[in-house]
Design a protein around this ligand. Structure first.
Ligand code: ADP
Ligand code: MG
Length: 382
């Protein structure tokens, strides 16, 4: 069943009446620009066709009632009972009410029915999708008049302060602001955004997403240590953030760090920022060969300098390239998760089959694959 119908039915079952509307907000994937966000740098995500759907209706009292179709669970609370640092799936939603009220927005109670086909925990940001779909709905239902970037910031605040997950703004900005057929360039320092045309199929290409199904249990510690290395490198280089290190004479500049690991960590960030800018230029020129080369260079940098890949993602990238992909890279925080493969349409089947065979031959479970068409950001459906 279509998810808009699923949430409509679930809303009727919850309330006995029709909702005031139905909203949608997508998951996202990052085309290029990894571990650049906390260095004040650049990212280039695009929205996925997979999305969270929400049927919502206003309530006259201060109650919140929500049902998750996917989990088959209900949750109910009062606006005055909201307090940060909550666990559970409903915290992402309760956190949105909390963040809106804390920012001074006059939001009342609501009945909500939620369903999503963004896979949970695959790095495709199922969490931002459910936060952003709710901000969108409440903004409309309560006439809050919040600008799109501020909607993304409020969704992020729900996740950071209420759920307690320290994430950057990329996920929510992508879910809230992306437009179909574009990637979203985001400057993580100024928060300036730009829609960059990205419609691979119009140019005989496609982006295949391969979920390796590998998840790393130590990713949090590894992430923290990369952040520390970056902060230390910036301090030693005398700049506010690695974003401020240009890539001219890079080897000479980084030599000041006098530590091989720090040099490699900084080199990844500085060169990755430049690759994002170069990728924007490649997209504007419809140069998919150049885009592919940048993606592969990004992967090599993550593998050798930032050391955040692992055997399953490396195998996926190597296999894709060996079978004629224009480029391939791991996407997301690292140590597993998804790989993006950019390829000509007539190579896709062979590449997918080769990756599945390589996984089978090495005793790995079959990866999940889908073609990602750059989709629209959050909005009202009905
Ligand atoms: P992701 O990489 O998918 O964003 P997170 O751990 O950040 O992974 O967020 C996943 C969490 O978001 C889930 O554990 C759940 O609490 C919540 N969530 C996502 N989608 C749904 C859904 N359809 N219904 C209920 N909760 C959901
Ligand atoms: Mg998330």
């Amino acid at each position: 069943m279509n998810l808009d119908l699923a949430v409509l039915e679930a809303f009727r079952a919850l309330t006995g009446i029709a909702p005031d509307g139905i909203w949608r907000a997508p998951g996202r994937i990052n085309l290029i620009g990894e571990h650049t966000d906390y260095n004040d740098g650049f990212v280039l995500p695009f929205a996925l066709p997979q999305a969270a759907y929400l049927a919502a209706g206003r309530r006259d009292d201060a109650r919140i009632r929500v049902v998750s179709v996917d989990l088959g669970e209900r949750f109910e609370t009062g606006l005055d009972e909201l307090a940060p640092n909550q666990d559970g799936w409903h915290a992402y939603l309760a956190g949105v009410f909390w963040a809106l009220r804390e920012a001074g927005h006059e939001v009342g109670g609501a009945d909500l029915a939620l369903a999503s086909d963004v896979p949970i925990g695959a790095g495709l940001s199922s969490s931002a999708a459910i936060e952003c779909v709710l901000v969108e709905a409440l903004n409309d239902l309560y006439d809050l008049g919040i600008e799109p970037m501020d909607r993304a910031k409020l969704a992020r605040r729900a996740e950071n302060a209420y759920v307690g997950a320290p994430t950057g703004l990329m996920d929510q900005a992508a879910s809230a602001l992306c437009t179909a057929g574009h990637a979203l360039f985001l400057d993580c320092r100024s928060l300036a955004v730009e829609q960059i045309p990205f419609d691979p199929e119009r140019h005989g290409h496609a982006v295949l997403v391969v979920d390796t199904l590998t998840r790393h249990s130590h990713a949090d510690g590894e992430y923290a240590s990369r952040r520390e290395d970056c902060e230390r490198a910036a301090e030693l280089l005398g700049v506010p953030a690695l974003r401020d290190v240009g890539d001219d004479d890079l080897a000479e500049r980084l030599a000041v760090l006098a530590d091989d690991q720090l040099i490699r960590r900084a080199r990844h960030v500085v060169t990755e920022d430049q690759r994002v800018l170069d990728a924007c230029a490649a997209l504007r020129a419809d140069d998919f060969a150049a885009l592919g080369a940048l993606m592969t260079a990004s992967h090599v940098s993550m593998r050798d300098d930032y050391e955040i890949t692992e055997p399953s993602v490396d195998l996926t990238v190597e296999t894709a390239l060996a079978h004629g992909a224009a480029g391939a890279r791991m996407t997301g925080g690292g140590f597993g998760g998804c790989v993006l493969v950019l390829a000509a349409l007539d190579r896709l089947d062979e590449i997918g089959a080769a990756i599945r065979a390589a996984f089978a031959d090495s005793g790995r479970p079959a990866p999940a694959t889908f073609v990602a068409r750059p989709a629209a950001g959050a909005g009202r459906l009905a």
